[in-house]
Structures are given as C-alpha cells and as structure tokens.
Design a protein around this ligand. Structure first.
Ligand code: DWN
Length: 387
C-alpha cells in the first residue's frame, strides 16, 4: 500500500484528532520529472491533537514512494545554511557535544563535513539517499540498522537529526533505535520546523507529504515521556521559516509547564489566513498578467510544488521557474506544465516579476541586485509584498 490513513496521535496516542486544515490533493512535492506526467495525488489534510498540540497529516505516504531513487532534494549550501551550520555546531559544542557522531538523514553529508572542520573525527551518516564524501550507511534509521551500526562502528556520543524527525511516522521506533546506539551520556540533537512559527507567519507551503508532523515542544515532551530521555534545552533558529533544536539527554522531564499555548485556535485562524493568502496570490498574479506583465518563479523547492498546485498555477501565470539544482533543471514543477530552467534565464529574460518560491533564503534579494536594478521585482508568496 503506497499510503495509509493516520488517525491516532503519534506523540501521545490520542485518538480524538481534530481536522484543522486541508490543501486539497497534491502530487508529491519533490516528484520532479523531465516531462509532465499524471502524478498520483495525495490529500494534504492536517489533524490536530488537543492533548499534546501536535499537528499531523491524515495520510502517511510510504517512505519508498516519498523517497525513490530519483528523489531530487539536495542540501542547500546557500549563505543562510552555512550561517545556520555555524550557529548549530557552536550550540552543540557549547552543550558539550563530542564524538563519535551519527547524523540521521545526513543527505550529502555537508553538516558532518562541517563538524569535521571543527575537530570531530569519528563521524558517520545514515540516509537511504546518502551521498557525499562522509562515511554513511544507505539505510533508513531503525532499531535493526542502529544495532548493526553499533556492532560495526560502536556507540555514539552525539546523535543528530536535522529536519528528519518531522518526516518519520513511527517515533517510538526512532527513540528505541537511538537508545540502542547512544552512549549513556549521549547528546541527541533534533532540529525540526517549529509549528508555532509556521502558524504565526502563514507559511502554509511548508505543508506537504514529507512533513508528517508539525512539531511543538509539548508534543516532543509527550513522545519522550517514559522513554528515559528528556529535553534539556530548546534553541530557536530562523531557518526554513522558523525551526527549533531540541537538545535531549537521558534523564527525567523535570519541567512542570510549557510556555506554549494550545494551538487549536491558531490552527483555525491559520486555515482562514492560508486560504485568504491563496486567493490574494492568485488574484495578484492574474492582475499582473492581465496588465501584460511577465512573471517567473524563483527557486523550485518542495514549497514551490505546494504553492503552484494549491492555486493551480501553470505557464499561464509563470513562464518558467529558475533553480540552481542541476537535476531539477529540465524538469517541470510537479503537477504543472511550468518548466524549471537554469538560474541565468532570470537576467536573460528579465521578467517584470519573480515569485520568490524559495522564500526561506533572504540573501536571494541581495544576490539578484542586477535583476532588481533593471526594474525586476520579487513577489513574496505568503506576505504578498512586492520588493
Ligand atoms: O524538510 C525539508 C527542508 C529542510 O528542505 C525537506 N523536506 C526538503 C527541503 O525543503 P526544500 O525543497 O524547500 O529545500 P530548500 O533547500 O529550501 O530548496 C531551495 C530550492 O531553491 C532548491 O531547489 C535550490 C533553489 N535555490 C535557487 O534556485 N537559488 C536556492 C537558493 C538559495 C538560490 O539562490
């Protein structure tokens, strides 16, 4: 079965989940193909747990369907991510993080390489789509692969999961696997998009089939309850629209209350704001097109697929989308006929407007100073600001 229905909270077991948002049915956000194909569409509906505040998709697509061998996400090496790597590595060192290191979901190993420049020696990644120069195991992280890694390479003192925890369905298996590979005093570093930031800034394009969970501190504390692990510290970052890192160690949760409020009303308002933003964005693009303006998209992240499919964009609205990822160039935005082209097409074609689909990289506005000096303007999809 390529998907299953999800109705019980993966953090606390609550079976009374509340539907709070639907983005309709969409193609998989990273299913970039050279030619437009008939994609399988999956519902994007968020359920809310009013016991632990976790947001979670009502449909869980099988990992082999989400991450096939043709999967095209590559870790960004932009200025924003380099700065984030520096900040995160510094916080890990301040928290006493030391090797041996395991990164779960290591992608191209770039964060492990960054840690190596800081003196970490024994590093290994685990990712079914692992690439790059760092030692890695091309497998999903689970109890069996954790035990095999421990037998092969020994226990780990630092276990990192950046933007992987929210992609995992079985959190109990994930925590059990960590328990098998972690030294008694190991530091666990889990980075996720922070749901309250997404809600506060109307960042609905972060909702897609890879992101099974929309995480809060309360939901992480709920899933850790009784596991022998507890959050020691929560660090807030701005990447990816707002993220948090949970620094976790073995021990009991001594925190009585969380600063986080219930999120139900925020989700309900988010649903209203999300649909208002979709109408506003579509109207703006149509108005500009009726005025004879040329418009392209800038960046083909997963978020681009969500936006284009949520408001049915096509080449009637965007002539093309530029992207720096070679394996995406020549493809189309999944579910649309919009071609993805090389970055230099922006200056070559000099469209009047560029819809900033890679909205989580503010440096783009400065990097494209020539385009803007010639009169080109960026449209921010979620605020509708024109810059
Ligand atoms: O959780 C996830 C987040 C962390 O990263 C994953 N599910 C997938 C991924 O999300 P994404 O696809 O939104 O990743 P990026 O790195 O935000 O995508 C940026 C896209 O924009 C890339 O395809 C590269 C492109 N880009 C560009 O064309 N010009 C990026 C920059 C900075 C640029 O200047």
């Amino acid at each position: 079965m390529i998907y299953k229905l999800h109705s019980v909270c993966r953090a606390c077991g609550n079976s009374e989940l509340v539907p709070v948002l639907s983005l309709g049915s969409q193609p998989l956000a990273n299913a970039f193909t050279p030619e437009p194909i008939q994609h399988t569409l999956f519902p994007l509906e968020v359920l809310y747990c009013d016991r632990c505040t976790l947001g979670q998709l009502s449909v869980v697509v099988d990992a082999n369907e989400l991450y096939p061998s043709s999967y095209k996400y590559v870790q960004s090496h932009s200025e924003t991510m380099v700065q984030h790597f520096d900040a995160l590595a510094g916080d890990i060192l301040m928290a006493g993080g030391r090797g041996p290191v395991l990164e779960i979901g290591s992608n191209d190993g770039s964060f492990l390489t960054h840690l190596r420049t800081l003196g970490f020696v024994d590093v290994v990644g685990m990712d079914p789509a692992a690439s790059g120069i760092e030692p890695s195991v091309k497998e999903q992280f689970n109890v069996n692969s954790a035990i095999a890694l421990e037998q092969e390479s020994g226990f780990r003192n630092l276990i990192i999961g950046r933007h992987v925890f929210a992609h995992i369905d079985d959190w109990d298996e994930f925590i059990k696997a960590i328990n098998h590979i972690a030294f008694p005093d190991a530091l666990i570093v889990i980075e996720v998009p922070y749901a309250p930031d997404m809600l506060a800034n109307n960042l609905w394009s972060l909702i897609y089939s890879e992101h099974l969970s929309y995480v809060t501190e309360r939901s992480v504390r709920a899933v850790l309850k009784g596991s022998g692990f507890a959050i020691q510290r929560v660090i807030h970052y701005s990447v990816h629209g707002g993220s948090v890192v949970f620094l976790i160690k073995r021990g009991e949760d001594t925190k009585q209350f969380s600063h986080e409020e219930d999120q139900l009303q925020k989700w309900k308002q988010f649903s209203v704001d999300c649909h208002a933003n979709q109408v506003g964005l579509k109207m703006l693009l149509m108005k500009l097109r009726l005025e004879g303006k040329s418009i392209c998209g800038y960046g083909a992240p997963a978020k681009a697929t969500v936006i284009c499919n949520a408001i049915q964009l096509s080449t009637r609205h965007l002539d093309f989308v530029t992207d720096t990822t070679p394996c995406k160039v020549g493809c189309t935005i999944p579910g649309t006929d919009i071609p993805i082209v090389e970055p230099d097409k922006l200056l070559e074609k000099q469209p009047d407007y560029a819809l900033l689909l890679a909205w989580n990289y503010p440096e783009i506005l400065d990097n494209e100073s020539v385009y803007r000096a010639r009169g080109g303007k960026f449209i921010m999809p979620h605020s509708l600001k024109v810059l």
